[in-house]
Design a protein around this ligand. Structure first.
Ligand code: PMP
Length: 455
């Protein structure tokens, strides 16, 4: 009864993020009621294995009591402190200090946001401000990758390279540009890693040359393109791109909103290639989704350019009521402690070979075209014809079919519109849970293959 009235109220009042509103109203919400470890319970009483960590964020699993305690304690002591007027709170300062210590060398300045979209939006504002006050006001053009995701803020969504975030939103803006993604499975230059890297670097150079380096401010990229369907560039790509940006005198922004906090192995994906970006955006794993928070980290050079800009005594007009919220910061500190002292990052690493073996075993499945993995991030690109790498007809609704089949098997993953499955299990996952996850994944693929329309 309770659940029916909730579904009805949802239908009437709640506007969902990134949803087809009318299709959602027809389907009705799946109301989630509680979570413990890797499992979510819904209002119908189903216990669902969450192979997607909420939305690539609940890296510590559900129900971690020490995080609840840290939030409760901070709420009781000081639920809010503004960062305006030179006020600050202890957890916010401590978290900034900790992030400076854990992040790639040189990123010692931290600006807190509420999530990833406003981290990207803040990065855009900081970069614009930086060039304006350091005497290079023509540097306004920004470049990102096709299929990249950089959030849905009013300008950041233009750097996102996914059509649904542009269509009917008048995006991208004239100063926002894209180059093709380094996408090994569908690369026009074949699957040789170095050829893919060289091709991508050449495309960035060509774009900057076409725009004029004196007009280009920055290049934004995810080390692994999550929302593109977990596209993993060849090893060496990130470093080559970073070096190219330096050479072309444009800022490199690494968007580690998904890849940060051990998701691909090291604390940040940039570390795997000894890359220090000029700016880095983070969110999700920072608080493991237990409280909203993101951040922009920046180099001393960018910070100093802004700080010593036009008039060093005038406020830089960027900030929000909740920048550096003390409860989110207290949550972030406890989550970092669980990753490191609590061994959750190391635990996640122990699952990587198991995930790899499980995905590898699916290569022969008739639906699986490509298998991709970076640490505890997994992607399966499904196709209707393996030999020709043919995508499913759009009218087939492959993503809905996959999500519904998974739900029947009591599994949650991300099904992208093109038929790619994204996996991002919590790093706290144990070996039994990983094994159940992989069994349910295979069963789901078999169920979908059995559908007459798909076959
Ligand atoms: N950047 C990346 C790489 C992301 O994956 C996301 C969210 N999926 C964002 C930015 C936006 O973050 P948020 O949803 O917290 O605004």
């Amino acid at each position: 009864m309770q659940s029916n009235s909730l579904v009805e109220a949802d239908r009437r009042h709640l506007i969902h993020p990134v949803a087809a509103y009318r299709a959602h109203e027809q389907r009705g919400a799946t109301v989630l009621t509680s979570g413990k470890g890797m499992y979510l319970t819904d209002a119908a009483g189903n216990e669902l294995l969450d192979a997607f960590a909420g939305l690539w964020c609940v890296n510590i699993g559900y129900g971690q009591e020490s995080v609840v305690a840290a939030a409760t304690e901070q709420m009781r002591r000081l639920p809010y402190a503004t960062g305006y007027f030179s006020f600050a709170s202890e957890p916010t300062i401590r978290l900034a200090e900790k992030l400076a210590e854990l992040s790639p060398p040189g990123l010692d300045r931290v600006y807190f946001t509420l999530g990833g979209s406003d981290a990207i939006d803040s990065a855009i504002r900081f970069i614009t401000h930086f060039y304006n006050v350091t005497g290079r006001p023509t540097k306004k053009q920004m470049i990102a990758l096709d299929k990249g995701y950089h959030g849905s803020s009013s300008t950041g969504a233009g750097l996102t390279g996914l059509p649904v975030f542009h269509r009917a939103f008048d995006l991208p803006r004239a100063w926002q540009h894209h180059i093709p993604a380094p996408y090994p499975y569908r690369s026009p230059v074949g699957d040789d890693p170095q050829a893919i890297i060289d091709h991508s670097v050449a495309q960035l150079r060509a774009k900057v040359e076409a725009l004029g380096a004196e007009n280009v401010a920055a290049f934004f990229a995810e080390p692994v393109q999550g929302s593109a369907g977990v596209i993993v560039p060849p090893r060496g790509w990130l470093r080559a791109i970073r070096e190219t940006c330096r050479e072309l005198d444009i800022l490199f922004v690494a968007d580690e909103v998904i890849t940060g906090f051990g998701r691909t192995g090291p604390m940040f994906a940039c570390e795997a290639e000894q890359v220090s970006p000029d700016l880095m955006t983070i969110a999700k794993g920072l608080t493991a989704g237990y409280a909203p928070m993101g951040a922009v980290l920046m180099s001393e050079a960018v910070y100093a350019g802004i700080a010593d800009g036009a008039d060093p005594t005038t406020p830089i007009g960027h900030g929000g009521t909740y920048s550096g919220h003390p409860v989110s910061a207290a949550v972030g500190l406890e989550v970092l402690s669980l990753y490191l002292q609590g061994g959750i990052l190391a635990n996640g690493q122990a699952r990587v070979p198991e995930l790899a073996a499980g995905l590898d075993a699916l290569r022969d499945h008739p639906l699986v075209g490509d298998v991709r993995q970076a640490g505890m991030l997994g992607g399966l690109e499904l196709v209707s014809d393996k030999l020709r790498k043919t995508r499913f007809a759009p009218g087939l609704g492959i993503a809905d079919r996959l999500s519904q089949a998974a739900y029947k098997r009591k599994l949650i993953f991300r099904a992208f519109g093109d038929g790619t499955i994204g996996l991002a299990p919590a790093l706290s996952c144990n070996a039994d849970e990983m094994s159940i996850l992989l069994d349910r994944l295979r069963a789901t693929l078999d169920d979908v293959l059995d559908q007459r329309e798909v076959r």
